[in-house]
Write a new protein. Sequence first.
Length: 371
Amino acid sequence: MDAGFPIEVLRERLGTLAVSGYTLTAEKVVKQGFAATQVCVELDTSNKAPHRNLQDVKSIIESGDLADDVRHRAIAIFSRLAEAEARVHGTAVENVHFHEVGAVDAIIDVVGAVVGLHELKVSRVLSSPLPTGSGTVTCAHGVIPVPAPGTTALLEGVPLLATDEPGELTTPTGTAILTTLAESFGPLPGMILRRCGSGAGRREGLGRPNLLRVLLGELSDDSTADEVVVLETNLDDVSSEAVAFCMQKLLDAGALDAYAVPITMKKSRPGVMLGALARPSDAVQLEEIIFRETTTFGIRRHWARREKLERRYETVETSFGPIRVKIGSRHGVIQSVSPEYEDCRRAANAGGAPLKEVMRAAIKAREAPGK
């Protein structure tokens, strides 16, 4: 709402749901010197909200006059919540009865968040790493540590931000929304910023303002820039065969690249730094491979922005047969031309020619007039 979504539109959309007993308000507030909008869901406490299972929540969402993508996303969020709760409590999804997360305010939170993204025409959601808070919270199951078990189950594979701020900064509902809708978690991407907004919670923070910020804009061209996770570990007690095997496993599992660099470690021991470039969604899986296939006790992880050439492939005809050539360009200007190795290898083996001659022929064919 602080970024321009009218509360009147939200009330209209939520009013079509088969749920009542709440009042929705929004007001401007200041949190530790920063202006924000505080949205409150006031519940009618005279009528105790029933416990609902996933099918009950689905029926409420499907009862509303909502766009198809809003309906599907909202149901996906609650399904993710149910799966996490079932895992934590050791039961089947259909047996999960939402307590706090299944109450009216959570339905309003989830559907309202998805409606807001739809109305603001947000096509992609990216998130920063998530701060979870510290200490304990009290819920229907008693006193539990932060992050709560349900939240922890939802956070697997998500980068977390260390903080000693007491209390629960990331709730199960908020976690389910973000981990369902966000494509990746990391640094702010390259973008043209159009609007921003800050939403305020009721609780006063001790070391940080209790705010959630949204930035709306257009991403830079995805073909020339993206965010990757760099995984690295130093090894001095594994064989070269084990390193090579691990590198191949990493590549097979989706690593963008894998590499090994000779280094000198403590006590002047020769070693190797094993590294991999990963898509954010693949980082956890690739870390598991490194832990499983090597003797390392720790893996460094950091984010990096990657600038790339625009890539396309052409097939050229040579005396050795057709060869694919990868062409890299930037701002419409060709910067690199590289014959595809596997094509050249097969042609060299089939024709009994040196690999360098096949590659040279492919380059020459690509540079021929008319190309």
